[in-house]
Design a protein around this ligand. Structure first.
Ligand code: CDP
Ligand code: MG
Length: 137
């Protein structure tokens, strides 16, 4: 099924100069980037984007991480891209993410409470639609 997903390069990915490396992986895989922009997200936007995480112990740290600089916001398109992009990203914890994945190759854990893990991808058709509407209004 042709799907769309929301892809973010988080502030750590931008600061460390990995925009090109990440886009290269998306394009090498064969996915299309159909929209792209850079923004520093507001707390209001993050509260909506990460609604399921509000109130968790790591949440304040997650918000300051995500507001620490610009984020690259993209809409990707392709057959089964939602699951395919999450495979390219690797698992949430960059220490555990497999080598060969973006998080596994480019990320590591730091002393911050929130896990800084370079990229984001929607986890379902419903959340992709919701997140795309939040970031591209
Ligand atoms: O990003 P992903 O879908 O892999 O993970 P999530 O469970 O939806 O969590 C969203 C983001 O919150 C993660 O990517 C981490 O940056 C952060 N998080 C964290 O810092 N500590 C956790 N225990 C869970 C999530
Ligand atoms: Mg998630």
């Amino acid at each position: 099924m042709t799907e769309r997903t929301l892809m973010l390069i988080k502030p750590d990915g931008v600061k460390r100069g990995k925009i090109g490396e990440i886009i290269r992986r998306i394009e090498n895989k064969g996915y299309q980037i159909i929209a792209m922009k850079m923004v520093v997200p507001t707390e209001k936007l993050l509260n909506l984007h990460y609604a399921e995480h509000v109130g968790k112990s790591y949440y304040p740290s997650l918000v300051s991480y995500m507001m620490s600089g610009p984020v690259v916001v993209m809409i990707g398109e392709g057959t089964n891209i939602i699951s395919g992009w999450r495979t390219l990203m690797g698992e949430t914890n960059p220490t555990k993410a497999a080598p060969g994945t973006i998080r596994g190759d480019l990320g590591r854990e730091w002393e911050e409470k929130a896990m800084m893990n370079i990229v984001h991808g929607s986890d379902s058709v419903l959340s992709a639609e919701r997140e795309i509407n939040l970031w591209f209004t």
